[in-house]
Design a protein around this ligand. Sequence first.
Ligand code: NAD
Length: 494
Amino acid sequence: MDAQKIAQLRAAPVAPARHLIDGTQCAASDGAVMDVISPLDGQILTTMARGTQADALAAVTAARRAFDDGRWSGMTPAARKKILLKWAGLIEAEALEIAVLGVRENGTEIGMAFKAEPMSAAATLRYYAEAIDKLHGEIASTGDDTLGLVHREPVGVVGAIVPWNFPLMIGAWKLGPALAAGCTVVLKPAETASLTLLRIAELALEAGLPPGVLNVVTGEGPVVGAAIAESMDVDALVFTGSGTTGRRLMEASARSNLKRVYLELGGKSPNIVFADAPDLDEAAKVSAHGIFRNSGQVCIAGSRLLVERSIHDAFVSKLAAVAEAMTLGDPLDPATMAGAVNSEHQLEQILSAVDDARAAGRTIVTGGTRILPETGGYFMAPTIVTGVQRDDALARNEVFGPVLAVIPFDTEEEAITIANGTDYGLAAAVWTSNLSRAHRMVRRIRAGIVHVNTYGGSDLTVPLGGVKQSGNGHDKSLHAFDKYLDLKTAWIKL
Ligand code: NAD
């Protein structure tokens, strides 16, 4: 990574951000703006439009018009593919600029941000672009006197509401299949991670995406997001974020037009280490990365370590050693392994979860405090807490920070009970050399993804989605198209 170029980019002023509606950049209808605070130093990076309900509705109207007149859905899949591939190329060509802008806004360490944000978004757009002209309708096996055809049609206008942890990666997981399918989109980025999504939306226009097909409205969730959710003209809502907001979106759908609602709501994912794990040093290294990367602000973070009692102390020591050796701090230094927490508010939430655990008598093995306060930024030390009881808040609630709750177990059965003992079901991992046990655990753990002898690191070819209160529907893989393509039957008498 070119450190000199990063230094230049970090010093560059950032222009005030405006919505992108119907192919045009515009201010909020009442002219209001909000500050964009950088988590690197707590300073104002720029401002962005504080969207109004009218702005959200203008974007929905543009998306509706763009869908209904067929300027995008009416193109051949091959033509849509060409534009999406060009878009992916433009994002890649500007990847470092985009990654640095994103880091200045949301604090993710640059090494990870570069790969997981612009590069991953480009790869995702390519994947769905390449797939769309290979999906076919079906001819049903009817009798000779009829013909049953199954068409796949785009669902229409999609409202996409995304969070701040990986705005481009998660955004592209929604935009890729939605746009490839022929839908039009109104995108609502998070308050603290809007700039890079706006930039790639501009690049989409440059690539030839017709105006109105992708609209981006910035501002506050309860105003802009809520207006999209309540709209009678939005056909599907796709969301990643908190359970509280997810519930609101379902209520809004019920109050309005029963639009489909697909939710990805995070988790409290169990990372289960048996004494017979093939390599405990590797397990410690990967487990630490699985909770501490992006300062724990990862929906599938392995935030509960379930460890067999016989190796508890030894394994915790290994983990603490890995955590304490991590290079922390400036997210724009390529050597940094965990950058900043996204906002002051998020840092306060994390510190308060750790304070509660401390007050309840749990042991903070390492970390537990804010670090580098002299920078003005929002940094938190990787934190390991032992003695956590199954019913503790720290064992049940998502912290969304670099905080690992450690719980010992004695038997496989007990590990499964603890693993399944939260409202969530997003991810899990099992570390064991026993193949039969690994398969038993995969079957019995209620989660959308169960890793074996690793954590994280899957690719686009497999689905990501949760069970229980981690949500419904899947991002990634060809299954993601199910959210954006409706089935229509034609029943023809011959
Ligand atoms: P959030 O749910 O409040 O925000 C996510 C998105 O929803 C943002 O774009 C926000 O503007 C929008 N939003 C907020 N209120 C809304 C409303 N009433 N109607 C429509 N849209 C609305 O999440 P957050 O405040 O960014 O984070 C809170 C918690 O959510 C975190 O601590 C974490 O537990 C969880 N989270 C999970 C993920 C994930 O990847 N699953 C990502 C970010 C946050």
